[in-house]
Structures are given as C-alpha cells and as structure tokens.
Design a protein around this ligand. Structure first.
Ligand SMILES: NC(=O)c1ccc[n+]([C@@H]2O[C@H](COP(=O)([O-])OP(=O)(O)OC[C@H]3O[C@@H](n4cnc5c(N)ncnc54)[C@H](O)[C@@H]3O)[C@@H](O)[C@H]2O)c1
Ligand SMILES: [Fe+2]
Length: 424
C-alpha cells in the first residue's frame, strides 16, 4: 500500500484500524512459496532443474566477490552441460543501488533473457527481483517502490542465497537503495517470490566471520519482530520460534567454525523460516531504525539490526513480557517454572551476550547526535505506517532508544573522571 494512501485512510479510521485491516489482508493474500532444494550440492541441482524448464537465455545476477570466488561454477556447469544459455551480470553492490539495477534491466533486455537466477546475498536477490519486475513492466525501479506497483509479474526468478540472513529467497520484498536521496526503499509484490531456491551450505563455508555474524543476527531479528508484532498467525509463530531455536543452537557454531556444514545448513534453513514468518507478519522498529542507518551511513543491514535489537526489545519489554519469555524457552535459556519476568530478562541478556560472542559492537561508530531527530522521525514514520508493532513509540522514545548506541556514551562511561585516574 502506498504511504500516501495509507495516510489518507489512517486519517479516517485511525492508525490501529488501518493496521488491523492490513493484517487481515496479509492473512488472506496467497503468498507463493518456492520449491526448495536443500543440502550440499543444491545449487548444482538447481542448475539441472532450471535446464529442464527450457528457458531461452538466463540472466545470472550476482556480485563481484561471488564471481571471483567461483561459487557459481557447479550451477553454471550444470546449465552449460544441459545446453542452457546464460549471461552473467556481476555488478551488484551492497544494498542494491538503483543505477546498478537499471544496468541489469538493460542487459536483460538486450540479451533477450526470459528468466533470472539471483546468486548472492540479500542485495543480489533483491536487485534480481527488481530487475525482473522493472523489465516486465518497462518501468523505472523508483516507480515500483511500494506495494504491487507493476501491472505484470517478472520472468521466473530462481534464487541461490549465499548468506544465511535475509530470507529474500522466500519473501515478497525487495529492498533497494537510492544513493541520491540516501534512503532505502521497499518494493513488495507477491509475484517477485522466486519459483525455486537452493540452500547450499557449501557456498557459505567461506563467508567472512563478521558477515556470518551480522547476517545471522538479521535472521534472528526477522524471527523476533515477526513473533512480537500483531500480525502473527499459528504458521508464522511456528516458523519464527523454530527459527529462533535453530539460530541460538547454530549461529555460534557457524561463527566459530565456518566449515561446519551442518551448522551452515541449519542457519540457511533458519533464515528461510524467519523469512516465511516476516513476509506475512512483517517486522518492527529494529528494522525501521536499521533502514535509516543503512540509508545514511551505509551500515550493513544485519549489523544495524544486531546493534539496535537489544535496545528496542528492552524498551518494548513491559508490553511483550510473555512473548519474550516464550522466546527464552525456545532458545533453551530456562524452564517455564521460572516465571515470565525472569525468562524475559534472560532472553534480553542473551541477545547482548550473543552480540558479544559474535564480535558485534554495542554502539554505532558512524552515529552523530545531530542526526538522531531526523533518523527517529523517519524510523517512526516507516514503522507506524507499515509495521504491526506491539506499541507505538513517540518521537522522543525513538530518539532515546537510538541514543543508546551513540559511541560517545560508551567512551564517556568507560573513561574514568580525571580526579580518579591514577597517574602512571
Ligand atoms: N528482501 C528481503 O526480504 C530482505 C530482508 C532483509 C534484508 N534485505 C536486504 O538485503 C540486503 C543485505 O543482504 P545480506 O545481508 O545478505 O548482505 P549482502 O548481500 O549485501 O552481502 C554482504 C557482503 O557479503 C559478501 N558475500 C555474500 N555471500 C558471500 C559468500 N558466500 N562468501 C563470501 N562473501 C559473500 C557480498 O559480496 C557482500 O560484500 C540489505 O539491502 C537488506 O536491506 C532484504
Ligand atoms: Fe532484515
């Protein structure tokens, strides 16, 4: 739904009424799910399967790092040996900038492609979704921002995620960035969900540790925000809770030993489950704030979420204590006899402990105090108009939550006053 339309309706029936209506719509809206190939070698099997669909020519969208690492070889060899033609577009940067998507659309058209393989992290998958939608509708990506802005669906999209984080392989969303306005923009359409996806843990064994950490925390944030919001269903709750349980068990293992194929596969599945949860039940203030950090400071998406997650949850905790307690139980942090308040606190503490274990900082070095009012305004606007948040934050509340991650605060706290410092 376009923000303007939502604002108009909100004036008449009230914001909570609009959010209830939108929640009902997401329950009724059929969201297609890709056929999933899972396990070592899944990307090669996807190549064989795509060949059987008989496409004329495939556009493979990826980024330069993935191309350099040769991660696509098993899949491209499967395409070649089946006789399927393809062309590789490897120019996507983090956060899928609009101008790169335009280049992809031009290549899709000039090469006469009729299908797309997205081979990469969330940035690549989202770029591929928008390339497909933009080409099908002959519409500039900026004119697709919002909900269902294209008349026609894209050519078939197949996805091979190389990070275990965004869940974009199962979601209706594509997040792109506009370098001119320094904003991240969301394009949503049920027809951009990929037709088939391969979760191949072999592609993830070389992920740098900090990317394993931040993308894993993105998946955790999806699961938690989908669970604590108002649009959860029995299905999304099951997906979210299972995902939380799997992430608590496997993210520390994948971080400690990148070659642990079982932990990598479980993380890939957990990220997809979290994607299935939030593509219906949506996200909340952590994402709303993280998107502003991404737009203004180019903070990697998962890192921004990880830094904000404990602070937003602590602020919301009085209104979501029973849900936090349930999350603690699924994370195996205690047992039901301990009472909700204790369990909820333990869950909040465990997120901070997880961040520390994964080397995620407790503050955002790029954050400037003078930016906070505008960041909070944009985050509140995004969350209040789009997300089924447990409670609404005022501008002042949101500013104080963001202020928690100001680097100054940490350095002031750590430094002892001059009078108490011992001289050397
Ligand atoms: N569509 C959705 O539903 C959805 C959900 C959440 C986030 N997002 C968006 O996804 C983007 C973030 O995606 P991401 O977190 O996957 O990161 P990313 O795709 O930006 O990749 C991060 C870095 O990791 C590298 N990389 C990826 N896979 C690798 C591998 N296997 N080995 C080595 N290096 C590898 C990439 O080259 C890149 O430099 C953001 O723009 C975010 O807003 C989309
Ligand atoms: Fe996310």
């Amino acid at each position: 739904m376009a923000a303007n339309t939502l604002t108009d309706v909100a004036r008449n029936v009230g914001l909570s009424g609009v959010m209830r209506l939108a929640g009902l719509a997401t329950r009724l809206l059929p969201i297609p799910q890709p056929t999933m190939l899972v396990g070592p070698g899944a990307s090669e099997r996807l190549g064989q399967a795509i060949h059987d669909f008989g496409h004329r020519k495939i556009l493979i969208v990826t980024d330069a790092t993935i191309a350099r690492l040769g991660l696509m070889l098993p899949m491209t060899q499967a395409l070649t040996s089946g006789g399927t033609e393809f062309v590789v577009f490897d120019a996507i940067s983090p956060d899928a900038p609009i101008d790169e998507i335009e280049q992809g659309v031009a290549l899709f058209n000039t090469e006469g492609c009729d299908a797309i393989v997205a081979f990469g992290g969330g940035s690549v998958m989202d770029a591929a979704k928008v390339i497909g939608l933009s080409a099908a509708n002959n519409k500039h990506p900026l004119r697709l921002v919002g909900y269902f802005k294209g008349l026609r669906g894209p050519a078939p999209i197949y996805a091979v995620p190389t990070t275990a984080g965004t869940g974009s392989e199962v979601t209706v969303a594509a997040v792109v960035s506009d370098p001119l306005s320094q904003r991240k923009l969301v394009i949503a359409d049920t027809r951009i969900v990929p037709k088939m996806a391969a979760l191949d843990p072999c592609l993830m064994t070389g992920l740098p540790r900090h990317i394993t950490a931040s993308t894993g925390m993105d998946a955790l944030t999806h699961a938690i925000e989908a669970f604590i919001g108002h649009w959860g269903t029995a299905f999304t709750d099951r997906m979210a809770l299972t995902s939380v349980s799997m992430i608590y068990q496997n993210l520390p293992l994948a971080y400690a030993n990148g070659e642990d194929l079982m932990a990598r596969e479980k993380m890939a599945l957990a990220a997809s489950y979290a994607g299935q949860a939030f593509t219906r039940a949506n996200v909340g203030y952590v994402h709303a704030i993280a998107h502003q950090f991404g737009g203004l400071y180019h903070t990697p998406h998962g890192l921004a979420n990880a830094i904000m997650l404990p602070h937003v949850l602590r602020f919301l905790s009085p209104s979501i204590t029973p849900k936090l307690a349930l999350l603690a139980l699924r994370a195996r942090l205690g047992d039901a006899s301990e009472g909700s308040a204790n369990l909820a606190n333990r869950f909040l503490d465990s997120i901070e402990a997880m961040n520390r274990k994964l080397g995620i900082p407790s503050e955002l070095p790029a954050l400037r105090a003078t930016d906070i009012p505008a960041l909070a305004r944009a985050a509140c606007r995004e969350a209040n108009l789009n997300y089924p948040v447990p409670i609404y934050l005022s501008q002042e509340d949101c500013e104080s939550v963001i202020r928690q991650v100001l680097p100054v605060k940490v350095s002031v706290r750590k430094r002892k006053p001059a009078s108490t410092r011992k001289s050397a």
